[in-house]
Design a protein around this ligand. Structure first.
Ligand code: SF4
Ligand code: F3S
Ligand code: FES
Length: 232
């Protein structure tokens, strides 16, 4: 079946501004968008540039805008769209080339919330035990693959480069609500600012965009409630 891929191309070495190029491909409805991109790169135009690695929704590297919404190309089947699909790089990031964007600010936001366990010495000869209920408190947030589909879909991040963004807040929550962690107060202080959770206006785009079905907005609201109740 013929599908038309309309792809926003931009090579800073030769292009003054981005433009669209079209490729007609013979694909099955059950092929993934990533299969189409690989078909173009391997058989039609080797200059097409995009990120991908695992091809199974795990590494988070191939988030992109497909028909105006963020998806992982490797988790999205052709049959979800019509015969013509438009692919663009994530919005709100500087484009390096074609579908590849500069993720440095995204990861700086992620690093700013200290995304690692902060804890003293474990009891000698013992593990840091946790009940299933304690795990359930933050387990959803552990599914994040740092694809940036949420942060890129948030209109606040388009207008305000200093907003830490939903992905960073989800990853902060992953440790704030971990019973083994002792850095919650520190992370909550970092997020208790105009560039932290209070910049979020509960738009919900982030939740819709998340390919891991993480309740991103609810997680942000959870952190806001914790801040209000504990008055950190
Ligand atoms: Fe991607 Fe979801 Fe993590 Fe955001 S919360 S970076 S959309 S996996
Ligand atoms: Fe943005 Fe999500 Fe908040 S889309 S405004 S971070 S609910
Ligand atoms: Fe790894 Fe799609 S290529 S998530």
């Amino acid at each position: 079946m013929d599908y038309v891929f309309r792809i926003k191309r931009y090579d800073p070495d030769v292009d003054v501004k981005p433009h669209f190029e079209e490729y007609t491909l013979d694909l099955a409805p059950t092929d993934r968008v990533l299969d189409g991109l690989n078909e173009i790169k391997w058989h039609h135009d080797g200059t097409l540039t995009y990120r991908r690695s695992c091809a199974h929704g795990v590494c988070g590297s191939d988030a992109m805008r497909i028909n105006g919404r963020n998806y992982l190309a490797c988790k999205t089947l052709m049959k979800e769209f019509g015969k013509k699909i438009t692919l663009e790089p994530l919005v709100g990031f500087r484009v390096i080339k074609d579908l590849v964007v500069d993720m440095e600010d995204f990861f700086a936001g992620y690093r700013s919330i200290k995304p690692y366990l902060i804890a003293g010495e474990a009891p000698a000869g013992a593990e840091r035990r946790q009940t299933p209920e304690e795990l359930a408190r933050y387990e959803g947030a552990t599914k994040c693959i740092l694809c940036a589909a949420c942060t890129s879909s948030c209109p606040i991040t388009w207008a305000n480069e200093t907003f830490v963004g939903p992905a960073a807040i989800v990853n902060a929550a992953r440790f704030i609500y971990d019973s083994r962690d002792e850095g919650a107060a520190e992370r909550l202080r970092i997020l208790n600012t105009n560039t932290g959770v209070w910049r979020c206006r509960t738009v919900f785009n982030c939740t819709e965009a998340c390919p891991r079905d993480i309740e991103v907005t609810n997680t942000i609201e959870d952190v806001k409630r914790t801040l209000l109740l504990e008055q950190v």
